[in-house]
Design a binder for this molecule. Structure first.
Ligand SMILES: Nc1ncnc2c1ncn2[C@@H]1O[C@H](COP(=O)(O)OP(=O)(O)OP(=O)(O)O)[C@@H](O)[C@H]1O
Ligand SMILES: [Mg+2]
Length: 468
């Protein structure tokens, strides 16, 4: 124990120091600790004005102060520089009369009386500098008071170091947490994109393979049509010129019901032609839907993508035993070709329309077929172009959603669907595709019981380049 504590007044000081040191060591927030330190030191050592100063590159920075915060014009910089260099206390009984700091602009201007400047050093590193002034009296900072100060500061330097280390650790662990979160998101998106793109390639491949034989059948059907017409004509000519057919032929004609067959055959060929044309359309839609985007955006007609998506989802839209078909209301306006990644936009249409169907199915629960028929399930798709932007809205008259759901809608993994039905990735990926890949916006307007409306807005032309 330093000898300066052997008088009765200093014994009192000692108990104050112990209390102060306890207060300081329980503080875990750096700024609070520094403010408390200055206050306690000023009270115990006799300072009127106090600052905690740290080096910020070439400048001194006041991190905490007693009372109002000050700036570096409020203290004697040459004293700080001296303490930093020597790592020793400076005690000026009367700063106006000290040769060493006589040229300090602050001292010349403000004529301070007592000045105390002490370094806080931990493991020979300077953590900061404590600067005190008393302008009421000269010689305010006596040597026995300095003893108290050194006790306090050595204790505090450890606390400061610990807080800084703890804060660094906290920051690091937060950064790690964020990186991990980002990594997980990227991973799931990669898996999803990979799944979709390999599915897309498969579909495009199958569509291509099916297209060839269908074209072959479709092409031949028109010849068959002609041949059947020709054969029918010949048959009619035979009947005209040989009205009395031999018995064997007459029997066979009756057995196969020739008249009916000749009437039915062209209709059959007609419906086969319709069927193959439909297969070709479906294959075209599949190929449109699963376009391989590559790295470059392409200018396309968005209606093709929406129609292809509707076609792919047609099995979910058509009538079911428990409900009538979902009505699709297309409000298409003229759209210019839009520079985009068509395959990715189709994913967005798919997610939004599939969500609308899910929502409608949910709203039908507990209702009878007839009740649903009175207020049919409907999805309205509107497209408009204005200036350099196109807007596509997809609205359903389903149950809508609460504000709580709407706020979390675009978060990855947010779903209200039962396990196994929804992954909660559809909207978060859609949002990313629209905003990040296309420089557009995706918003949802909805409240409980009012249906839901998703609004996509994208620029007609790419504003900035970004990879697929
Ligand atoms: N049209 C809608 N009407 C009502 N709620 C909706 C609608 N669209 C989305 N939601 C709500 O938003 C949630 C998140 O949708 P999102 O498409 O991201 O995931 P999901 O459909 O649950 O799963 P998946 O990843 O299979 O698409 C849904 O679970 C649902 O609660
Ligand atoms: Mg979904």
């Amino acid at each position: 124990m330093p000898t300066t504590f052997n008088t009765s007044s200093n014994v009192l000081d000692l108990s104050a120091v112990v209390k102060a040191s306890q207060t300081l060591s329980s503080e875990t927030h750096l700024q609070n600790l520094l403010e408390k330190l200055i206050k306690i030191v000023a009270e115990n050592v006799g300072g009127q004005k106090g600052f905690w100063v740290t080096r910020n590159n070439s400048e001194w920075k006041i991190t905490a102060s007693l009372g109002e915060c000050g700036d570096s014009d409020d203290l004697a910089i040459s004293v700080l520089n001296y303490v930093e260099r020597t790592k020793k206390n400076v005690v000026l009984e009367d700063a106006r009369r000290t040769e060493l700091f006589a040229h300090d602009p602050y001292i010349i201007k403000n004529q301070p009386l007592s000045v105390l400047c002490t370094p806080i050093v931990h493991q020979s590193n300077l953590t900061g500098i404590l600067y005190l002034e008393n302008n009421r009296v000269t010689g305010a900072f006596t040597s026995d008071r300095l003893g108290i100060l050194s006790l306090l500061t050595s204790q505090v330097s450890i606390s400061i170091e610990n807080i800084i280390l703890y804060a660094r650790e906290q920051e690091k662990s937060q950064q790690l947490q964020e990186s991990l979160c980002k990594l997980q998101q990227t991973q799931t998106q990669l898996v999803h994109t990979e799944k979709i793109s390999s599915l897309g390639q498969l579909v495009a491949g199958v569509a291509h393979e099916v297209n060839n034989p269908v074209s072959f059948i479709n092409g031949n059907l028109s010849h068959i049509n002609q041949y059947v017409k020709d054969l029918t004509k010949i048959l009619k000519l035979y009947q005209k010129h040989l009205p009395e057919a031999p018995a064997e032929i007459a029997d066979e004609m009756a057995a196969i019901d020739l008249e009916y067959m000749l009437e039915d055959l062209p209709q059959m060929i007609n419906s086969m032609q319709l069927g193959t044309s439909r297969i070709k359309e479906i294959m075209q839609s599949l190929r449109n839907f699963s376009r391989n985007d590559g790295d470059e955006k392409r200018a396309i007609n968005l209606h093709e993508g929406i129609d292809a998506t509707l076609m792919i989802l047609s099995h979910r839209l058509k009538a079911q035993p428990e409900r009538p078909a979902i009505v699709i209301i297309k409000e298409y306006n003229n759209l210019p070709p839009v520079e985009c990644y068509p395959g990715q936009l189709n994913q967005v249409f798919m997610n939004l329309i599939a969500n609308a169907v899910d929502a409608l199915d949910e709203s039908n629960e507990g209702k009878t077929y007839v009740e649903i028929q009175k207020n049919p399930n409907a999805i309205t798709i509107n497209t408009t172009a204005k200036e350099d932007w196109v807007t596509i809205t997809i609205a359903d008259n389903g149950p809508g959603m609460s504000e709580h759901v709407r706020e979390k809608l675009f978060n990855a993994f947010f779903t209200t669907k039962v396990e196994g039905k929804g992954t909660g990735l559809g909207l978060s990926i859609s949002h990313q595709i629209i905003t990040e890949k296309h420089g557009g916006t995706l918003e949802c307007i909805s409240s409980a019981g009012e249906g839901a409306k998703f609004v996509i807005t994208i620029p007609v032309k790419t504003r900035y380049s970004c990879a697929a």
